[in-house]
Write a protein that binds this ligand. Structure first.
Ligand code: NAD
Ligand code: MG
Length: 394
């Protein structure tokens, strides 16, 4: 039987168009102009890159980070409508024409536009993991209520999503998330005392935005991904395992009840999970795909994760199991700590110390609402910023 390719033009809202995921998304959509159209986009502060993507994608609506940026761009692109800040993000995500929202902003600013898009029944292609860590319960509840699919873009979750296709939930024993180990995987904790920002930004396998590259070194990224997997797939934390896999070839795996392992493998190219999130359940060739030859790779290695070496991963399981706003605090503290490290305000190991301290400082006695979670996120940022001001760089 001949299978007819049923994919029709998809209209996309792209939040975070100038970033690393944003750029890979631009590569995906411009490779198939007859299938993808970006109707709205946002970016924060990179004017040159912003101009480039507006010229390339010709969106109707653009959200930017500041009023001055809006004024400057409105003169240059009189046919485009512009908005600013959270309002701009929400407007871009809820534009009537947009069918799917690809959330590629960095950090929990992704929450408001994601929730607004879900409320209108728009599907989500989710790169922005912080949103799901901050408020997973509420995002997933809203998605279910509005019959919205949240398709992962994060490579590990895309891999698991692909492996889970056609499997009965009761037959899935475990999810196995692979971790490259980040920039400092060969260093001892003692050696971490002296590392620099420049060293931290050199990821061995992936080229990504600054924050996620730092998060990969501290293993916060894997911690965020464990919580992301819990919400995306409805899997108990005890059934989510992490293994160190330095080659980043196996993007993640699942284990079935009879002991069978299913894995998804491929090159380190984010265009693959991005494109799949947009074409699912169909598939398309990747234009100018990276060469990938397992006989050249010849060896794949897997090691146990050392939770003492990577305390942020251990803490992810603690906050995840506690639930409520504990993951919110874990994420918010890290957003401030990681960006403060990038800005040179703190040393590398202070990131972990601040996250640990924020989580220990937080006490939850009653169930929290989404409004309270949003307030706790803000409060945590203020507290951690105050600690950084008081202590300085240690
Ligand atoms: P990036 O820093 O390269 O890009 C971030 C984008 O968000 C930019 O377009 C920027 O303009 C925008 N942005 C930043 N701060 C903003 C703010 N306050 N308000 C509005 N917009 C803002 O980041 P990235 O590496 O592309 O990552 C984006 C998201 O995708 C993150 O959540 C990250 O964890 C996730 N992710 C990234 C990768 C990757 O390969 N880069 C892989 C998996 C998941
Ligand atoms: Mg990932």
């Amino acid at each position: 039987m001949i299978r007819v390719f049923l994919f029709t033009m998809k209209k996309i809202a792209l939040l975070g168009a100038t970033g690393s995921i944003g750029s890979s998304t631009v590569a995906v959509v411009t490779a198939y102009p007859e299938l993808f159209q970006v109707v709205s986009l946002t970016f924060h502060s990179n004017y040159e890159k912003g101009v480039e993507v507006i010229e390339q994608l010709q969106p109707q609506y653009v959200g930017v980070g500041s009023e001055s940026m809006k004024i400057k761009l409105a003169k240059r692109f009189p046919k485009v409508e512009f908005g600013v800040g959270e309002e701009g993000l929400v407007k871009a995500a809820t534009l009537a024409e947009a069918e799917v929202v690809l959330t590629a902003v960095s950090g929990s600013v992704g929450l408001a536009p994601t929730m607004a898009a879900i409320a209108l029944g728009k599907d989500i292609a989710l790169a922005n993991k912080e949103t799901l860590v901050m408020a997973g319960q509420w995002v997933m509840e809203a998605a279910e209520k509005n019959n919205v699919s949240i398709v992962p873009v994060d490579s590990e979750h895309s891999a698991i999503f692909q492996c889970l296709e056609g499997q009965k939930k009761e037959n899935v024993k475990e999810l196995v998330v692979t971790a490259s180990g980040g920039s400092f995987r060969e260093l001892t904790r003692e050696e971490l005392k002296y590392v620099t920002l420049e060293q931290a930004l050199k990821h061995p396998n992936w080229s990504m935005g600054k924050k996620i590259t730092i998060d990969s070194a501290t293993m916060m990224n894997k911690g965020l991904e464990v919580i992301e997997a819990h919400w995306l797939f409805g899997t108990d934390y005890d059934k989510i395992k992490v293994v160190l896999h330095k080659e980043s070839i196996v993007h993640s795996m699942i284990v079935l009840t009879d002991g069978a392992y299913l894995a998804q493998l491929g090159p380190s190219d984010m265009r693959e999970p991005i494109q799949y999130a947009l074409t699912y359940p169909d598939r398309l060739p990747i234009k100018d795909e990276k060469s990938f030859d397992l006989t050249q790779i010849s060896q794949l290695n897997f090691e146990t994760m050392d939770f003492d070496r990577f305390p942020m991963l251990a803490l992810a399981y603690t906050v995840g199991k506690k639930g409520g706003a504990y993951p919110t605090v874990y994420n918010a503290a890290n957003e401030i700590a990681a960006t403060s490290f990038i800005d040179g305000k703190i040393s590398y190991l202070q990131i972990e110390q601040l996250v640990q301290r924020a989580v220990e400082n937080y006490k939850e006695t009653t169930e929290v609402t989404l409004e309270e979670v949003i307030a706790i996120d803000k409060q945590t940022r203020i507290i951690v910023e105050r600690w950084i001001k008081e202590e300085g760089r240690l």
